[in-house]
Design a protein around this ligand. Structure first.
Ligand code: 5RP
Length: 225
């Protein structure tokens, strides 16, 4: 089975969390694209969807799924999104697609965050995937220096501007032993808009597509390593 088939498995399983006549938040990426395709089959039962990116908005429109403006939506019962890495506490690295800021905002406003991914995304320690950091363009060098002093190796994402008009630094060489503390620390650097660590607001459920079916993980309460 291909990685994409495993993503589709996880995405299909997330439909079970969608309640009738509600507005839900939808993330960004190839796994979420499978979820949008599944959601299209039950769109008549939805009040609408809050989108986390321009790319997802285009997909939702093409599927005929009604969009709801985030500022009019109020708190959301559910957010469904993918991840680049997840640990057993369901803390995530996100932002491989560059949509981390809006994703973090919608996740923060949602009661339940269901993360969908293929089995390759589950790791013991976060950080093998370079950590995306969205920065204000004028702060790019300053933030880069600050990341270097913390042992990271920041690389500017080439030819990429976020939906918010900002840049992404992908930070290599991090072994993230305390995700929530690092999220707070990096978020406090002047010029950082959003860090792609979703640790303070982790996922509540992780649906992993595996060869044997969909594995459902709830957050492990043991300290992450
Ligand atoms: C986009 C994201 C995605 O959820 C993440 O990159 C995973 O993508 P995919 O589902 O394509 O593997 O955070 O900003």
């Amino acid at each position: 089975m291909s990685g994409d088939d495993l993503k589709k498995r996880a995405a299909e399983a997330a439909l079970e969390y969608v309640a009738d006549n509600t507005v839900l938040g939808v993330g960004t990426g190839s796994t979420v694209n499978h979820f949008i395709a599944a959601l299209a089959r039950i769109k008549h039962r939805l009040d609408g969807v809050v989108s986390s990116s321009e790319a997802t908005t285009q997909r939702l429109k093409a599927a005929g799924i009604p969009l709801v403006d985030f500022n009019s939506a109020g708190p959301l019962p559910l957010y469904v999104d993918g991840a680049d890495e997840a640990n057993r506490r369901l803390q995530l690295i996100k932002g491989g697609g560059g949509a981390l800021t809006r994703e973090k905002i919608v996740a923060a406003a949602s009661e339940q965050f269901v993360c969908i991914a293929d089995q390759s995304k589950l790791v013991e320690v976060l950080g093998a995937f370079p950590l995306p950091v969205e920065v204000i363009p004028m702060a790019r060098s300053h933030v880069g220096r600050e990341l270097l002093t913390r042992g990271g190796q920041p690389v500017l994402r080439e030819n990429f501007v976020t939906d918010n008009g900002n840049l992404i630094l992908d930070v290599y060489n991090l072994r993230i032993l305390e995700p929530a503390a690092l999220e707070s620390e990096l978020t406090n650097i002047a010029g950082v808009v959003t860090v792609g660590l979703f640790a303070r607001r982790a996922a509540d459920v992780l649906l992993l597509g595996t060869e044997g079916g969909v594995r459902k993980l709830l957050p492990d309460s043991a300290p992450s390593k």
